[in-house]
Design a protein around this ligand. Sequence first.
Ligand code: AP5
Ligand code: MG
Ligand code: ZN
Length: 215
Amino acid sequence: MKRLVLLGPPGAGKGTQAAKISAKYEIPHISTGDIFRKNIKEGTPLGKKAKEYMDRGELVPDDLVIDRVEDRLTWDDCVNGFMLDGFPRTIYQADAFKAWLAENDSCLDAVLNISVPEEILLPRMIGRRVCRSCGATYHVTNMPTKVEGVCDKCGGEVYQRDDDKEGTVLNRFKVYDAQTAPLIDYYEKDGSIRNIDGTADPNEVFDVIVDILGA
Ligand code: AP5
Ligand code: MG
Ligand code: ZN
């Protein structure tokens, strides 16, 4: 069983590593950011609400997040576990999630905390490109697509996220420091945290994760 949470600042490589982890361990990659972006694309009421906050680089209110994740975790594909990317993101969410796990006789197997200094994060985010169809992540210089603007995996259109503009990114760092970084201490106290240096090449970072999780 692999019930995992990925922590880390914006641009740390959570989505990049979650995709690899999900493929190797055959567990679903559940990204709250991706869920909101899908709702925005489909123009749902949730998407309309979430967009207001995301465009400012702020967190979406807790009550719009928690039920969605808890519902998603009841799907059949979570039998072998799950890879949560971007949740929990506040102490309030972590407490609610802890209570939900206890109610469902479940627990977390590991919280992987990817750390990268801010001066490395900014260029990563400004250069990030994402596939509109399948969500695959690229970088204009570090991890370019073979054909510019076209996803290698599905042929979809590759675009820049609205919240990856410099001003919004800087606010996301502030929000991370104030609201999400305290979760490192929170999970350190319950002994489930594993710290990972996210500055190396993505494949090297993944090797470290596999060492931690087992083959
Ligand atoms: P979300 O989509 O989760 O954004 P984030 O946490 O800011 O993280 P990112 O997706 O920006 O970064 P990442 O760590 O996934 O990095 P990536 O792998 O792409 O959330 C967006 C918004 O949704 C939030 O601001 C909030 O409003 C809302 N939200 C989401 N969850 C919420 C919640 N629980 N509660 C409330 N609100 C919520 O990598 C970044 C770039 O670097 C890529 O270009 C990649 O190719 C490159 N890269 C990756 N790894 C490496 C490496 N090792 N070396 C070099 N380049 C690399
Ligand atoms: Mg991401
Ligand atoms: Zn794609």
